[in-house]
Write a protein that binds this ligand. Sequence first.
Ligand SMILES: Nc1ncnc2c1ncn2[C@@H]1O[C@H](COP(=O)(O)OP(=O)(O)OP(=O)(O)O)[C@@H](O)[C@H]1O
Length: 319
Amino acid sequence: MTSIDVRNLTKEYRGRQVTRAVDGLTFRVEPGRVTGFLGPNGAGKSTTMRLVLGLDRPTSGTATVGGRPYVTLAEPLRAVGALLDAQAAHPSRTGRNHLRLLAASNGLPERRVAEVLDETGLADAAGRRIRTYSLGMRQRLGIAAALLGDPGVLMLDEPANGLDPEGIVWIRGLLRRLAAEGRTVLVSSHLMNETSAFADHLVVLGRGRLLADVPTRDFIDAHSQDRVRVRTGDPVRLRAVLRAKGWTVGEAPDGDGRWVVEGASAEEIGAATAREGIPVFELAGERASLEQAYLALTAEAAQFTTRTAASPAASPQEV
Ligand SMILES: Nc1ncnc2c1ncn2[C@@H]1O[C@H](COP(=O)(O)OP(=O)(O)OP(=O)(O)O)[C@@H](O)[C@H]1O
């Protein structure tokens, strides 16, 4: 099975000043699951992907696919499929010709062209010039190109960019299926809510450093507080009972007799109100916004990095 391994990877761009785009990064992307690669703009996601693909040279450290640097792979398109820049295809070619050329120049069978066009929903548009494609169609074409070699490893940089809601549902299903087939799937995004909907695992970057490398479920459990909405016919006793337990009770913003309780599960509240004989008309658990937890994580890292710029690399945050 093929994993992507990034070890102590650092990339500095030297212009008028030095930009450390990737800073001592170490993580592994395992096969058989979708790994979401998250971080705010400029966190270093695209640079890391470019380093894995050998499109840029690291300042130090290594990035390998199946234990080997990408540039040493005998048949790279059969090993790794990548979508980095959906605008890269030549605009005057048709979608089909773009894929045919890629297949021919990489020794891939011609039949794969029709297969990936079907897979990405582009079969009807395949004869049109790429310049007439919408952003979403270009994304689909980029994904078709990544799938052409039937690779065991896929690296997609913001693949949902420009896709309509139907396209987003489609790509989630595609990524899940590719992982279920045992492939290694790394997908970058700067949106936590979107990514947590399909990723099994999350690697989060901030300013080129690793902030978290965790199963999505663990991130959700660690970073989102339990909140439960309760509607009752006896708010005075409800408040008294819940406060006595040490749970925070506040009126819900819609104010129509609903209360929001933090720090307890719906089961715990249901049991407490039943014991006290308090009538409950509605009891619903909800999660605080995951996106907020993610923004807090990346914001903390930014502050930490600024405060301790002279200190050794920050260790990944425990979740
Ligand atoms: N060729 C380059 N020359 C100089 N600086 C660069 C170069 N490529 C990237 N950078 C810088 O490296 C940092 C990381 O950029 P990168 O594109 O990898 O981030 P990203 O996480 O992919 O962001 P985004 O979500 O905006 O695509 C940024 O500060 C960026 O300006």
